[in-house]
Design a protein around this ligand. Sequence first.
Ligand SMILES: NC(=O)c1ccc[n+]([C@@H]2O[C@H](COP(=O)([O-])OP(=O)(O)OC[C@H]3O[C@@H](n4cnc5c(N)ncnc54)[C@H](O)[C@@H]3O)[C@@H](O)[C@H]2O)c1
Length: 331
Amino acid sequence: MAHTAAPDRARPLRVGVTGIGIMGSNHARVLSAIGGAELVAVADPDQAQAQRVASFLGCQAVGGHADLLALGLDAVVVAAPTHLHHPIALDVIGAGCAVLVEKPIASTAEEGREIVAAAKAKGVTLMVGHVERFNPAVRAVKDAIRGENILSVAFTRVGPFPPRMSNVGVVIDLAVHDIDLIRWITDSEIVEVQPQTSAALAEREDIALLQFRTASGVLAHINTNWLTPFKARTVHVATAKKYVIGDLLTRQVTEHFDYRPDGSYSTRHLPVAYAEPLRAELENFLSAVRAGVAPEVTGEQGVASLDIATSCLAERAEARARSSRRRAAAG
Ligand SMILES: NC(=O)c1ccc[n+]([C@@H]2O[C@H](COP(=O)([O-])OP(=O)(O)OC[C@H]3O[C@@H](n4cnc5c(N)ncnc54)[C@H](O)[C@@H]3O)[C@@H](O)[C@H]2O)c1
């Protein structure tokens, strides 16, 4: 049983999660407690892990998304490793189920575009899990700068290596969050990229300093790495009249404003709503599925952010090739 029409409003949506690692377990936990949804099953080739999560949450455990789809679901969350998003999402869409694909939408923008095209052809809801959009601290920052002349946006997203290394580097895995936020906060597309990346300890890039310019002229910067022993996630936004600082972990947001000729200025802490970002994301997804409307983070937006992330890597590879040609020519 697959559903392409908007599901009956009177019954809970039947949902499943495939890929029950760190992120998938969080999705399953939230879905098991959300109104209007029934967590039917979780899927993972690691049967012990799927069974552990299923028995804790009171749902079925299956080995993969094909078994999940056989249960007749309205929606599936794909939280498998990034390189599997493309084949799994296409199967889920092919079965007529709505799909929330974890970020990044896929390993390449081309794969992402295929997912978007398939969802459009089948008429099913597609959302990408850019969960930071639902972080109340990020929302408070966006509210604080509404109507302001934004000059620059700088993100820091650093921490230790993830417990299980996937086969993408820090740009595709972490910076893509902030690329999405830069596009969202500035309401403008990124038109220039100036990336510096390095593989200091890992096979793929594990440290990156990325600079951007948006079509609206905002300068943006991302400092990200897997080489810092603690997690830090901050955003600093300079507008013509304000400097706003947000801590995305402690959810403290402060604005400095009312700059005076003597160098003094005012500072205030801004109110930040209490909300679990993942819950808000999933609620948005489920209500989009029910209403048959676009979710807050569409597939197209997921592709646009991934496109910028991959262009950082391509640009960096070209710059490296140019500089080795120059070194060779210099003898
Ligand atoms: N939105 C966020 O803030 C956020 C945070 C972390 C991870 N993620 C994303 O979530 C995804 C998973 O990351 P993670 O950190 O949870 O990884 P993880 O390694 O903890 O979990 C991945 C799980 O997928 C399972 N898996 C492997 N092959 C599978 C298959 N064919 N079908 C179903 N499951 C399969 C693995 O057994 C594992 O349990 C990645 O795409 C990552 O980018 C997003």
